[in-house]
Design a protein around this ligand. Structure first.
Ligand code: NAP
Length: 249
């Protein structure tokens, strides 16, 4: 079991906005020092540093393009040098490059797989080794309702998000005896920059497919992530927690 009376160290990819920023906030409030990795600093550092200070926690941004393998290695080396131990890893960085398969360019496939899936492989391998030595840790990978149900126009995205589920369940089995839990959060439609581009008409149609009848908030995903990261979820591993207003039930 993790000891939550001490400050935990958390790494969050894609923390510069949207769901990632909400996850950073939730983990700070839950007693973590947080390092977030993204290409841009976004508003997170400026907006959440006062909160971190008021809680006696630390918040750091490490510039990183998750599609750049060497860049990921270097960024994680920086974090590990500062943090020494890492208790929580959240793979949240993600992109879409939508289009019908018949017209999909190689680059649209490769970009999505690189950021959404290969980056999680890289971070889990490196931080998983560290956690294995510590004999403790919690990893949360961010999938999507689309990885469970599929969605026309998103074969690349669905492949990456479904891939994360199989990857996480396999890793959960590999790391369980080292006291490391690996779980997945699968958001439904959440109000962020990623969904801002959808037309109002499409949003209205989508709402009719959501049993709870509304689009979710980034904070609602962050609550689920913070729970799985914490000792409150100490007997949960290899699970996919859909936070989607009931879409995928
Ligand atoms: P968002 O607002 O577009 O934010 C994406 C985050 O990923 C940003 O912090 C971005 O930072 C980072 N990112 C993207 N490409 C990156 C790269 N190459 N290197 C490093 N960081 C990168 O998206 P969101 O809606 O918060 O989504 C967060 C996660 O939830 C994603 O994995 C997404 O697939 C998943 N999800 C979202 C929804 C939804 O409805 N919003 C639904 C299901 C699943 P920089 O641009 O600064 O690098």
């Amino acid at each position: 079991m993790e000891n939550e009376s001490k400050t935990r160290h958390a790494v969050v990819t894609g923390g510069s906005r949207g769901i990632g920023m909400a996850i950073v906030e939730a983990l700070l409030k839950d007693g973590c020092d947080v390092w977030y990795l993204s290409r841009s600093e976004g508003e997170t550092l400026a907006a959440l540093t006062p909160l971190a200070q008021s809680l006696g926690k630390s918040l750091f941004w490490v510039a990183c393009d998750m599609a750049d393998r060497q860049g990921v290695e270097t960024a994680l080396d920086t974090v590990i040098k500062e943090a020494v131990t890492i208790d929580v890893l959240v793979n949240n960085a993600g992109i879409t490059r939508d289009g019908l398969l018949m017209r999909m360019k190689d680059q649209a496939w490769d970009d999505v797989i690189a950021v959404n899936l290969t980056a999680a492989f890289l971070t889990c391998r490196k931080i998983g080794r560290l956690m294995a030595g510590q004999r403790s840790g919690s990893i949360i990978n961010t999938s999507s309702v689309v990885g469970i149900m599929g969605n026309g126009g998103q074969t690349n995205y669905a492949a990456s998000k479904a891939g994360l589920i199989g990857f996480s369940k396999s890793l959960a089995r590999e790391l369980s005896l080292r006291n490391i839990r690996v779980n997945v959060v699968a958001p439904g439609f959440i109000e962020t920059a990623m969904t801002e581009v959808l037309s109002d008409n499409l949003k209205d149609t989508l709402k009719t497919q959501i049993p709870l009848g509304r689009i979710g908030s980034a904070g609602e995903i962050a609550e689920a992530v913070a729970f799985l990261a914490s000792d409150r979820a100490s007997y949960i591993t290899g699970q996919v927690l859909a936070v989607d207003g009931g879409m995928a039930m």
